[in-house]
Design a protein around this ligand. Sequence first.
Ligand code: IYR
Length: 225
Amino acid sequence: MKNSDHCGFIPLPGYQRLAETEMLAVSREFYTNMARRRSVRDFSTEPVPREIIRNCLAAAGTAPSGANLQPWYFVAVSNPDLKHRIRMAAEQEEHAFYKERAPEEWLNTLEHLGTDEHKPFLEHAPWLIAIFARKYERAESGDIRKHYYVTESVGIAAGMLITALHRAGLATLTHTPSPMKFLNEILDRPGNERPFLLVVTGYPAENALVPDIHRKNIAEIAAFL
Ligand code: IYR
């Protein structure tokens, strides 16, 4: 059976072919814009409209996924009490990380980022987006449907979310307090969902500082054969 013999197929909707000159310009501009993205840890408390976050989440939800099972769930938190609880739980884990759990080598590798167990941005930033990975889905019948390539799929969706937020003019931080099972409890998420990543977003603080670090150049990260 060919793919096209399958019953549920439709003509490719919405594809827009660009002229080569336009492709060149668009790809160059996109790169230049993406190169301006930085992980930010100093956020302004200025609110960001919910609709902007909603659009970015919808964009993330267009990610490709294993068997198109879309094994992600996003919880966007602006409620100050929930943010406070997340900060307290994250700082408790981070305290244990920096003071006990982290091997010396890891701490040395992190040192230039200037991070420590204090995470004020978890309360300052207007939005915390918790991304959950669904290991499986339970149908209404009670049957369990396994998901495939969950980490890859949710990782791609997370990248698209960060890209969408950046393109909307917002700063982001990918934050992974470890372990972060506390997110299930605070956000009331079921056992088939594994906390994957916390994306902190909002405007950068006026005096925000970032570490003076650089990206690998293209020759270091890619080959043409
Ligand atoms: N989760 C800790 C430690 C940390 C780990 C890595 I790898 C980083 O790139 C940054 C931080 C923290 O958030 O401080």
